[in-house]
Write a protein that binds this ligand. Structure first.
Ligand code: 5GP
Ligand code: MG
Length: 180
């Protein structure tokens, strides 16, 4: 285990097994629909690569990159840094996200994509932290990998100051790591 990790919340095996389960559900859901599967960068890349290989239907890959004016906090107003390139009008769209926390990012991404008039729009998030939701956010994820407690997690794509994304598991950092 990486030295700065205090506790492993989800092992590589737990994550992969859940992704196979979700894959079976999504394969049924999207059969014959040729969906556009949109990842929200950068945290989603590891989940995206594993998840899309378990959705065994013809589909198209695309990515969006958003950021908030305030920097690291997601509470500020958001901006599209890189939009999708596919024309999603009339298409079935599935958003993949790493973590659904306050919900501000997903709310923004969802309205942005809905303005392009897709035939359907669903959300699949690897992690859900319902205890952190912003009061104004009512949207729900259609598919959730795991519900996690209110702790800052890293690994499997999730970062702290751009590090730890390459850990194969999801864990909690030691408190002293945050102090500098
Ligand atoms: P939201 O807009 O739902 O608050 O947050 C979404 C984004 O905040 C995620 O895509 C992620 O980049 C970041 N985030 C929220 N919670 C965590 C966490 O526990 N760990 C990490 N590494 N990032 C988080
Ligand atoms: Mg992030």
């Amino acid at each position: 285990m990486e030295e700065n990790i205090q506790e492993i919340l989800l092992t590589e095996e737990q994550i992969q097994s859940r992704i196979r389960e979700l894959g079976r559900i999504l394969t049924e859901e999207y059969a014959g629909k040729d969906p556009v599967i949109i990842g929200v960068l950068k945290g989603v890349v590891i989940f995206y690569a594993d998840m899309i290989r378990q959705i065994k239907v013809p589909c198209q890959m695309d990515f969006m990159w958003i950021s908030s004016y305030e920097g690291t906090d997601s509470t500020g107003s958001m901006v599209v840094r890189r939009d999708v390139t596919a024309d999603i009008r009339g298409r079935h769209v599935l958003i993949l996200e790493d973590i659904f926390d306050t919900g501000n990012s997903l709310n923004f991404v969802r309205s942005h994509l809905l303005s392009k008039k897709p035939a359907s729009l669903k959300i699949c998030t690897l992690l859900d932290k319902p205890s952190r939701r912003s009061p104004g956010v009512t949207l729900q994820a259609d598919y959730v990998g795991f519900t996690v407690p209110n702790a800052f997690v890293v690994g499997y794509g999730l970062d702290y100051k751009e590090h730890y994304r390459n850990l194969p598991y999801v864990g909690i950092l030691k408190p002293e790591v945050y102090e500098h």
